[in-house]
Design a protein around this ligand. Structure first.
Ligand code: GUN
Length: 282
């Protein structure tokens, strides 16, 4: 048996198409163009590529993109001043500060300076708290994209046994909250978890977000399980996920490929959040 491939690339393209239609209507009916500001501090090559793709995708759906590239030695006060200016700019509906920030910055202080209604990453404590307490929240893009793919594949997630591997603020924790809100039975595993293979063998849904190339093995997977691979690891063989694709696809019911799975969903969800943020104020 070989797992079905979950085509995140096609799903994301369809979502971007619907967003483009909504943006065109917003322009025609309300003379409003959604605007997304992306801030990059420093010259990390991977971050630079992400920021460029975000800007390109923003323009492609008809939104306005404001890109701010600051030198690595930028002071935290200067960055906070930029965030404050973007918070007050009516043309800016969404603000994303690309992480990681240089070591001399207090990441939490910078993120929490973003106005919650413009926090399209959903990283502020207010949005994280809203998500955790079941209130309307801006939801982090990568887990939101994973949730859309899971719902599309499985329909209701109620009662499913879900294992999230990884406990980051960006993916693992919000992913667990979203699955819980959909009434899955959720386990969060991490580097100190004991008997991970056994935990994994119980799971109907596995979301791997550990940042270790080909970590999840085929003999850990319950036959028919749905496997979502969030990993993007650069190796000598090119980009690979956190899941050992060749062994897992023999056992799983469905799996996201890397590339072409979760990655494209992250950017599409960023645009969806920007549209939501714009609609709430106009
Ligand atoms: N760095 C890695 N992923 C992300 C993300 O989703 N948002 C931001 N702001 N930085 C990141």
């Amino acid at each position: 048996m070989s797992a079905d491939l979950i085509d995140g690339k096609a799903f994301a393209a369809a979502l971007r198409g619907r967003i483009a239609t909504a943006v065109a209507a917003m322009k025609a009916d309300h003379s409003v163009t959604p605007g997304l500001a992306v801030v990059l501090v420093g010259e990390d090559p991977a971050s630079s590529v992400y920021v460029r793709s975000k800007g390109k995708a923003t323009v492609e759906v008809g939104m306005e993109s404001f890109e701010h590239r600051l030198p690595p030695e930028t002071s935290q006060d200067d960055l906070l001043a930029l965030v404050a200016r973007l918070n007050g700019d009516a043309k800016v509906n969404g603000i994303l500060v690309q992480l990681p920030l240089p070591k001399h910055m207090d990441e939490a202080a910078v993120i929490n300076a973003i106005a919650p209604e413009k926090d399209v990453d959903g990283f502020t404590v207010l949005n994280a708290g809203r998500l955790a307490t079941g209130q309307k929240a801006m939801v982090p893009c990568t887990p939101l994209g994973c949730l859309m793919l899971l719902r599309d594949r499985l329909g209701s997630l109620a009662g499913k046994d879900a294992l999230v591997i990884g406990r980051s603020n960006i993916v693992g924790k919000p992913m667990a909250q979203l699955l819980l809100a959909d009434s899955a039975t959720v386990t969060v595993a991490h580097s100190r978890t004991e008997d991970l293979p056994d935990l994994c063998r119980r799971a109907d849904i596995v979301v791997a977000a550990v940042g270790r190339a080909r970590f999840v093995q085929g003999d850990w997977i319950k036959p028919g399980a749905t496997v979502i691979d969030v990993g993007i690891n650069r190796t000598e063989d090119g980009l690979v996920g956190d899941v050992d694709f060749e062994s897992v696809r023999q056992v799983a019911g469905a799996i996201t490929p890397v590339p072409g799975g979760v990655g494209p969903m992250t950017i599409a969800c960023l645009l969806a959040n920007t549209l939501t943020a714009t609609a709430r104020v106009n």
